[in-house]
Design a protein around this ligand. Structure first.
Ligand SMILES: Nc1ncnc2c1ncn2[C@@H]1O[C@H](COP(=O)(O)OP(=O)(O)O)[C@@H](O)[C@H]1O
Ligand SMILES: [Mg+2]
Length: 258
């Protein structure tokens, strides 16, 4: 069966898109699924934490796949990931140049990534596209390629404010470029359940976007340290880590069924 493609999106930076991509990828390989992580952010964060071997700065990557200047295929740019079953289509800051190139490109520019991924769909069960913190043409490519959007948000004023714009963008992509696009779920990350502030913005998100996935992901330094160190939560050897790994496993089940 062809892979189901998820775009992890929110134009706000620092909410946890990359961390979520990492943990969902881990949850997927733990279920023996074949996973591809696509780095659609010129910052290259998810590439850094998910690749098996450090990337050669001159190596081909997603920028070469999306540009009209070369004939590089996705298969040629995909590299092994950190765990068995994981592959990565990495990016570098050269993706920013391609983003600018796309601005002056004509019809079809939103569908470059979808076309590039088509030949490898049968090689994977799950494809996770880690989006940049913006609603630019690379993100439009991610949403056009995706079957589902996974919104990652924080229960805060600035996260809630951006949701309406994100929804408009998703609606626009659905109308013009990708009629099958739908929201698989909203993951609330860095949640501080005991603060009134967080409870307020949680209710605000709940009123404006659905479905919220439960339970929320708490804010803990060890969560950051695990992903930044390339360690799965289930590999930490702690009860809290194992419990949180189960939460990501349940998220994965939910979004795959969506
Ligand atoms: N639940 C969490 N608890 C603690 N730190 C987190 C959590 N989620 C993400 N972080 C940290 O917050 C920062 C931003 O997260 P990141 O995933 O890079 O966000 P984004 O991709 O949306 O910009 C990173 O340093 C990351 O390790
Ligand atoms: Mg990121």
């Amino acid at each position: 069966m062809a892979a189901k493609i998820f775009a992890l999106s929110n134009q706000k930076g620092g909410v946890g898109k990359t961390t979520t991509a990492f943990n969902l990828a881990r949850a997927a390989v733990a279920k023996d699924l074949r996973v591809l992580v696509v780095d659609a952010d010129p910052q290259g964060n998810v590439s850094t934490i998910t690749v098996k071997d450090p990337l050669d700065p001159d190596a081909i990557d997603l920028a070469d796949v999306l540009t009209a200047r070369t004939g590089v295929t996705a298969a040629e740019a995909i590299v092994p990931g950190l765990w068995e079953g994981l592959s990565v289509l990495p990016s570098s800051d050269r993706l920013a140049q391609v983003r600018d190139e796309l601005v002056t490109t004509g019809a079809g520019r939103e569908a470059r990534l979808r076309e590039a991924l088509a030949p490898v769909l049968d090689d994977f069960d799950v494809i996770l596209i880690d989006c940049a913190p913006s609603l630019d043409l690379i993100t439009l490519n991610a949403l056009t390629a995706a079957d589902r959007v996974v919104i990652v948000a924080n229960a805060s004023l600035f996260s809630a404010n951006g949701i309406a714009r994100l929804r408009e963008t998703i609606d626009t992509v659905e109308r013009y470029y990708n009629t099958r696009l739908a929201i698989a779920g909203v993951i609330i990350n860095q949640y501080e359940a005991t603060t009134n502030h967080a409870k307020h913005w949680h209710a605000e998100l709940d009123a404006h976007i659905q479905p919220l996935l439960t339970p929320e992901i708490p804010k803990h330094t060890w969560i950051r340290e695990a992903s930044e160190g390339g360690v799965g939560l289930d590999e930490l050897g702690t009860r809290a880590g194992a419990r949180l790994a189960e939460v990501y496993a349940s998220y994965l089940d939910t979004i795959r069924r969506s």
